[in-house]
Design a protein around this ligand. Structure first.
Ligand code: HEM
Length: 241
């Protein structure tokens, strides 16, 4: 009973006629890039996919520059992996060299890849939003009834997380943590959380709009076809008394 269902939050892409708001996806990408990418990869997303968000080729190349790609070669002088410039077909690389390094940096938890996160959890978009805005102190009632449940040091209480205690510290901690363009909404924690949740919905389902418009077309066709079938039925049986 201490684990909560995701909050209600609405998005431009809700419902059968929903569309992504490209401005929002760009803001969400900015939050990912400036905050989440320090720990989380997006291994199923290629830089060139960002054209869906409205970036052109030059912008995509400039964006990709922030993510040097490791090559299989090792620099003989330092023993470190060498890197090359990314090309648009490269995918977003992992921020840590391997899982051991990732766990070592995060209190023994490996930050999961976020590409499909909104599909992997129930009500994924609302879940990610709720998780980001849901960090809080443990309820006194919980501690009173289950004194052993005190959040261990290094973990963070979040009632939207199934285990209640999460190895991720609140990533969005102050309004204005990311700077948006002047014509954009104010980057409050709530706004940034909505934007990055929208962005992660796009990474998990970039073709959502095609799926929805195909669904609407299919229903339209089926309604017409049902009408025609009914009229044929009347016609075929019209002579039978
Ligand atoms: C887990 C999102 C930033 C470290 C997660 C999960 C999500 C998420 C959805 C999975 C929760 C689940 O399994 O249900 C985000 C977003 C971020 C962000 C949207 C940016 C706004 C960060 C940063 C760090 C981090 C900056 C590291 C400093 C972790 C770790 C876990 C995790 C270690 C695993 C937690 C556990 O299993 O206990 N994050 N994250 N995250 N994140 Fe983040």
């Amino acid at each position: 009973e201490f684990h909560l269902a995701p909050k209600h939050v609405s998005f431009s892409f809700d419902g059968p006629f929903g569309h992504y708001d490209k401005q929002q996806l760009q803001r969400g990408f900015q939050v990912y890039k400036e905050v989440c990418a320090a720990c989380h990869s997006l291994k199923f997303v290629a830089f060139r996919d960002l054209k869906d968000l409205g970036y052109n080729e030059a912008e995509i190349k400039a964006i990709a520059k922030s993510w040097p790609i490791k090559t299989p070669d090792v620099d003989p002088a330092t023993g470190e992996a060498t890197t090359r410039d990314p090309v648009p077909s490269d995918h977003f690389p992992k921020p840590f060299a391997n899982n051991v390094a990732a766990a070592a940096a995060n209190n023994n938890a490996i930050p999961p890849d976020l590409s499909l996160m909104t599909k992997a959890r129930h009500h994924g978009t609302a879940y990610v939003y709720s998780l980001l805005t849901g960090f809080q102190n443990q309820p006194a009632e919980l501690l009173r009834r289950f004194p052993d449940s005190k959040t261990p040091s290094g973990l963070h209480y979040n009632p939207y997380f199934a285990n209640l205690n999460l190895a991720m510290a609140p990533p969005l901690t102050s309004d204005g943590q990311v700077t948006y363009g002047d014509d954009q909404p104010k980057p409050t924690i709530d706004q940034m959380a909505q934007d990055v949740s929208a962005f992660l919905t796009w990474t998990a389902e970039p073709k959502m709009e095609n799926r929805k418009s195909a669904g609407v077309a299919v229903l339209f066709f089926l309604i017409i076809a049902t009408g025609l079938a009914f009229m044929s039925y009347r016609q075929v049986w019209s002579g039978v008394k």
